[in-house]
Design a protein around this ligand. Structure first.
Ligand SMILES: Nc1ncnc2c1ncn2[C@@H]1O[C@H](COP(=O)(O)OP(=O)(O)OP(=O)(O)O)[C@@H](O)[C@H]1O
Ligand SMILES: [Mg+2]
Length: 355
């Protein structure tokens, strides 16, 4: 078991493809941390640097108290699980699990014991004689996990390990990996671009964009207090609405909406200041006395309705936890829940409640 400390990390490919900039992250011993961000933001690069599969350009990586910059991957005692399970096709499950241990010259009886224990945890004891091609995607992924577990590493790194699985299996494997973490209590770093996966699995989440941490916090923290517009839109589905306007007293307004924010938990900007108001679709409700906007689309999702309302160039989404019968071009009155109001400055940074 070990903590991981990343200090002032920079990674440049070739001369000038700078993919990670001054990156800092402290991962606590035994923690399950999720790195989440859009495609190309540098998640895999980071994991590969932690694993020692990629050189860093500048900065320091510590595992426990050890500076590992110059320690080769095989001596870092880290196990990595990838999206494509990379099992040996000509070996059966038992041999796949045993391979790394044999290479380390572990006695046969010890190998048997470890594999028996691991196969029990992962419920793959019946599959030990099968070749990978005779396994389902979920079973293969379990074997890949098994191969990581038998090594008894200090740290597990996961790079989108579930993205090849269908939706139902993905949900099941999510809780299996969480269960595994509960049992093993080993530090786990899990990379995904799926915010739902991040929210449901992480003790803490680091939201990354363009090689930089935008926010680090518990799922609840990043959801209820997004540090900037990017985090607000990336976490939560459907995404947060952003409405641009300006202040006059306690009123936020533009051509289409007028919102009294005196009850919201925010510092009220000065008159005339340009701000962006953020509000989640679930924090808006129907109110016949409220702001009137035109319906441009309505999605019925069984037990909820997502309304798309036009506010000039901006579209406001409203999530209703019931079926709401309406047609395109109807006018609907809405109310903004004060508790759900966030404000952002013109650079997209959250305006905190200073009071
Ligand atoms: N060997 C390389 N040479 C040059 N650029 C690279 C190399 N490897 C990765 N990159 C670039 O670095 C950036 C980060 O890549 P990385 O694979 O870390 O992204 P990611 O966050 O894992 O994305 P995804 O979610 O698509 O897997 C990308 O813009 C990618 O094109
Ligand atoms: Mg990747």
């Amino acid at each position: 078991m070990a903590s991981i400390s990343i200090k002032n990390l920079d990674k440049t490919y070739g001369k000038d493809v700078n993919v990670i900039r001054n990156f800092n992250l402290e991962i606590v011993d035994g923690e399950f941390i999720v790195l989440v961000g859009p495609s190309g933001c540098g998640k895999s690069t980071l994991l590969r640097i932690i694993a020692g599969l990629e050189e860093l350009t500048a900065g320091e990586v510590y595992i426990g108290d050890d500076l590992v910059n110059d320690i080769p991957a095989k001596n870092r005692n880290i196990a990595m699980v990838f999206q494509n399970y990379a099992l040996y096709p000509h070996m059966n499950v038992y041999q796949n699990l045993a391979f790394g241990l044999k290479m380390r010259k572990m006695p046969k009886q010890d190998i048997e014991k470890i594999i028996d224990k691991t196969a029990t945890i992962l419920e793959i004891k019946d599959l030990l004689n099968r070749k990978p091609k005779a396994l389902s995607g979920g079973q293969r992924q379990r074997v890949a996990l098994g191969r990581a577990i038998v090594r008894d590493p200090k740290v597990f790194l996961f790079d989108e390990p579930l993205s090849n699985l269908d939706a139902k299996l993905r949900v099941q494997m999510r809780s299996e990996i969480k269960g595994l973490h509960k049992r093993l209590k080993t530090t786990m770093v899990y990379v995904t671009h799926d915010q739902v996966e991040a929210m449901t699995m992480g003790d803490r989440i680091a939201i990354i964009k363009d090689g930089e941490v935008q926010q680090l916090g518990t799922p609840q923290e990043v959801f209820s207090c997004p540090a900037n517009k990017f985090v607000g839109s990336f976490i939560g589905s459907p995404p947060m609405n952003f409405i641009t306007g300006q202040m006059q007293g306690n009123i936020f307004f533009n051509e289409y909406v007028k919102i009294d924010i005196s009850d919201a938990d925010v510092s009220i900007p000065s008159d005339g200041e340009l701000v962006t108001l953020g509000i989640r679709p679930g924090d808006i409700s129907i109110d016949d006395q409220g702001t009137k906007l035109t319906v441009i689309a309505s999605e019925l999702l069984g037990d909820e309705t997502i309304l798309h309302l036009s506010a000039g160039e901006e579209t406001i989404l409203v999530k209703l936890s019931s079926i709401f019968d309406t047609s395109i071009d109807d006018e609907v009155g809405i109310k903004f829940d004060s508790a759900g109001i966030h404000l952002f400055d013109p650079q997209g940074k959250r305006i905190d409640n200073l009071g």
